[in-house]
Design a protein around this ligand. Sequence first.
Ligand SMILES: [Zn+2]
Ligand SMILES: [Zn+2]
Length: 148
Amino acid sequence: MSKAMSTLLFRILIFFNIFFLASLIYVFATMSFILSILIAAIPFAVIWLLLKLFSHDDQTTGGTHMLELRPNCECCDKNLPPDSTEAMICTYECTFCKDCAEHTLEGICPNCGGNLVARPIRTPAQLAKHPASTQRVLKEQGCVANTG
Ligand SMILES: [Zn+2]
Ligand SMILES: [Zn+2]
């Protein structure tokens, strides 16, 4: 939830409360206590719904996109499980084992030319929510040594 959105919701809440306070006084005057409580609850229900709606894309995961965590090295097909400290990725998530990345590729992704860095580890709790990719990506010709 952004600060601007919170401020907006707060203003809506105040507006609704003024409106419903007036209704409350009217209903109280007509001696319908249960109806007054129901009416007073409506603005809170509306705000709760709005909060739920807008807080959706602001969870700790930072939205819906996350690293794929591909299961293998694109060069040699070595298994690289999510907890592997050997996995190296480029900005497009081309994935390589440490051995290929350092020796064959010399730290440069053969697909995009970008640098390769160690892939961060996802905790088991987060893996349960956002599992790693099971789709293997493999270069048909394998990898050739970078010439520079
Ligand atoms: Zn490899
Ligand atoms: Zn790449």
